[in-house]
Ligand binder design. Sequence first.
Ligand code: NAD
Ligand code: DAO
Ligand code: ZN
Ligand code: ZN
Length: 373
Amino acid sequence: GAETIRCKAAVAWKAGEPLSIEEVEVMPPQKGEVRIKLTATGVCHTDAFTLSGEDPEGVFPAILGHEGAGVVESVGEGVTGLTVGDHVIPLYTPECGECKFCLSGKTNLCQKIRATQGKGLMPDGSTRFSINGKPIYHYMGTSTFSEYTVLPEISLAKINPEAPLEEVCLLGCGVTTGMGAVMNTAKVEAGSTVAIFGLGGIGLSAIIGAKMAGAERIIGIDINEDKFALAKKLGATECINPKNYEQPIQEVIVDLTDGGVDYSFECIGNVNTMRSALECCHKGWGESVIIGVAGAGQEISTRPFQLVTGRVWRGTAFGGVKGRSELPDYVERYLAGEFKLDDFITHTMPLDNINEAFDLMHKGKSIRSVIHY
Ligand code: NAD
Ligand code: DAO
Ligand code: ZN
Ligand code: ZN
């Protein structure tokens, strides 16, 4: 059987502190588990959110990271769907195929291992990471900021080995989330008018999805105008900065669009822009999808008459995509040239420099930094 591996990982010891590069011990995969060697991982805003201490589920010390791709190194007892050498993308939203949620046909939120995953533990209630015998917690069931990580088999999507792992790692979160929100959750139709709030990795992916869906007008909204050029390159037909207007941005958008947009997407995580995103929707049918994750304890508000008069408020996790059954097809579509990923990767770096990725994100200078192992 497999043995414990000693390898490099970025450890979050405490909220609000930079990550620290450490040598960690990674136990062999147990029953139903798989150990993978990461090839690459993106750094997503949600990692920064948890590191900041704003995430109510954040536990420390932990190995963060949830946007990775790698290769199966060893498998535990009873694993039947994966073998050594398979190329995989870790899934923070697993797919067991047998829980009430998986069987509903209505959601991708498999709950099979939800209780333990939310506490930073493997399904048996323990961790596979340690430093000198002290356990280190998992994160989102993935912990991709490590050369090796262990996941349940139900948390891995097996993908086409021809896909470049340094790029398709972005399908482990950001790109799938934005594209899926547009195509799966909202089901944007050709000819629609769409507003995208926040032009980071998620918002730009939503733009790609909107363009693929044939949206006629795609309005990008951000307070950082440096984001506008790439948004336009990817398909935004116009970009606006709320700071340039006296009125609330929802009023500006309603005026620009003869009554409001057909669909809006909040890709920031700010409860005020969530309200703007709902209220810029067209009376009678406009739908707003919340993708951004707001800080612990925050609440959204609007006048209920907004809903009475036909606007719809919804939300989505991982773009509503079921990881094991649907994510491999996103990889195929990428390989077929339906969309590109290189525009998203503004920076690459080794794990040793991962704190730079967080700095670049906080300064608004990156879309995605990708760590190459
Ligand atoms: P990001 O930081 O790269 O992008 C956010 C963008 O919003 C930035 O361009 C920023 O300038 C802009 N912005 C900030 N405040 C604004 C304001 N008041 N008005 C207009 N624009 C503003 O982040 P990201 O990686 O794209 O993630 C975006 C959000 O999506 C985060 O909240 C993240 O946690 C969340 N997320 C959700 C899911 C999901 O499944 N629901 C998955 C991944 C990420
Ligand atoms: O099933 O209750 C649940 C939780 C599912 C977690 C989905 C997380 C989506 C939002 C977090 C941002 C992802 C990086
Ligand atoms: Zn993410
Ligand atoms: Zn399930």
